[in-house]
Design a protein around this ligand. Structure first.
Ligand code: GAP
Length: 457
């Protein structure tokens, strides 16, 4: 993974309030509240025209790094609904719970693992100071659904609470059909559903969200080596797509934080206005998953080493992150407001310093004037040519300064201006978003110039 050569280091900027990003996301078509015309549903969002481009780029870059360029990793796409026994075997029916206390006065509910220790000890509400209920109520986060149409014969099952379960279910088929030998990995990107009691902070904690998982199957004696390897690899992966490297860290879980399947865990954490928060979990799942599914299904999921003939249940290193949390963290990392360069009082230049690899629109093509036919014809020709290679926009509304501002606000890394010199020497002005520097590039060289900068390598 390398950075493009002209990516500049962004000066340290203050932590961005989430509301700024929520507002930009709606105004410019990144994210909308789901079912907004009916009043919305907490913790569920839709992605607009720019959001879907950004999301696809984030997913594709992950897939490229985790599957396409790895020799011993393959991908699957499993279904959201599975046999209900899956969730008994996985431990989720029993253990996937939040414990909540309620304030007797203001009726707010709090997860006890999110309450400051002093409030928990004194049963004191952090919201109004009222008394909290002493005994926590236990809520399971799995979302129930029913298969079948005939009342009384319908089968209760669950929308998957973590996407990775499909990988264990398909492990044996993948190993045999793809002739994979241990160590090897299986990746998947897919939706997960949780009845979060306290959804909130925009995309941070949702009820429907998307996860990316690698499950890497190893011999128990190699567990430590591969755990270290993937921990480091994933940390560097996140480092490669953010501006504020000092806001990223790895943190080991304490024994009381470990999920029921994990013997050890590290979080990749990112610092925002919400404080340090989990972005991805690296889990030492050991033989929990394949042993439990062997036990509950009655199928032998052990692996027979073709060379040593040893038979064993593989141990698993998991790296599990959120597409939506990546989306949110990237917006928070990229957002900056600067005084407007034109000097107009009260106006700001908002910039999204998104990595050119991930930016939803790669290039905007702008004729200097829209009433000069030759400029417009040339600009439209360049736009049509670029559109086949990358996501491009054509804009001829308002003056060039305003058009640059509009592109800066959605993170477009390059603007191409067609001016009168273009008509004489067949060159265009290419303006870079972060530095605002401008250079002239021959029209014939423009596609390669841009592709080189907006494509990961
Ligand atoms: N298979 C392991 C697993 O699911 P997790 O820590 O519960 O582990 C992994 O989830 C990642 O999924 C988190 O690091 C986070 O990025 C994302 N995630 C979890 N719950 C989420 C939610 N309610 N909304 C958005 N993203 C969530």
């Amino acid at each position: 993974m390398t950075q493009t050569e002209d990516k500049v280091e962004i000066q340290d900027t203050p932590l961005v309030p989430i509301e700024k990003v929520v507002s930009l996301a709606k105004r410019r078509g990144f994210v909308y509240p789901n079912s907004e015309i009916y009043g919305g549903v907490a913790g569920i969002y839709d992605f607009g025209p720019l959001g879907v481009e950004l999301r696809n780029n984030i997913r594709r870059y992950w897939w490229w790094s985790m599957v396409q360029t790895q020799d011993n990793v393959v991908g699957i796409e499993g279904s959201i609904i599975t046999h209900p026994r899956v969730w008994e075997a996985s431990g989720h029916v029993e253990n996937f719970v939040d414990r909540l206390v309620e304030c007797k006065k203001c009726k707010h509910r709090f997860r006890i693992d999110h309450l400051p220790a002093e409030n928990l000890e004194q049963h004191k509400c952090p919201n109004c100071g009222g008394e909290l209920t002493a005994e926590p109520r236990v809520f399971n986060l799995l979302m129930e659904t029913y298969l079948g149409v005939v009342e009384g014969e319908r089968m209760k099952t669950y929308l998957r609470g973590e996407a990775c379960q499909n990988i264990y279910l398909d492990y044996d088929n993948v190993q045999k059909s793809s002739r994979m030998q241990i160590p090897f990995g299986i990746c998947q990107i897919g939706k997960a559903f949780r009845n979060e009691i306290t959804p909130g902070n925009f995309l941070f904690r949702q009820r429907e969200f998307e996860q990316w998982d690698l499950q890497f199957f190893v011999h128990p004696s190699e567990m430590q080596k591969w755990f270290e390897y993937w921990k480091q690899y994933r940390f560097e992966w996140y480092t490669s797509i953010i501006n504020h490297k000092d806001r990223l860290r790895l943190r080991a879980h304490g024994p009381d934080e470990l999920a029921h399947y994990a013997k050890q865990a590290f979080d990749v954490e990112y610092r925002t206005v919400l404080g340090w928060q989990e972005w991805e979990g690296i889990h030492w799942r050991q033989d929990w998953d394949l042993s439990r599914h062997s036990q509950y299904s009655g199928q032998d999921l052990s692996y027979a080493d073709p060379i040593t003939k040893e038979r064993y249940i593989p141990w698993i290193v998991e790296t599990s992150g959120g597409v939506d949390r990546t989306f949110l963290n990237l917006l928070l990392d990229a957002y900056e407001e600067q005084p407007d360069p034109s000097g107009r009082a009260g106006e700001v230049r908002t910039i999204l310093h998104l990595h050119p690899w991930l930016a939803p629109v790669k290039v905007a093509v702008l004729p200097l004037q829209k009433n000069k036919e030759e400029l417009v014809t040339t600009a439209k020709g360049i736009y049509k040519n670029l559109q086949r290679l990358m996501v491009a926009q054509y804009d001829d509304i308002q003056n060039i300064g305003r058009r640059y501002r509009r592109q800066d606000e959605i993170g477009t890394p390059y603007c191409v201006t067609i001016d009168f010199q273009t008509l004489e020497d067949q060159t265009v002005t290419v303006r870079e978003r972060d530095t605002t520097s401008q250079i002239r590039v021959a029209i014939s060289e423009l596609p390669m110039f841009l592709l080189d900068r907006v494509t990961w390598k």
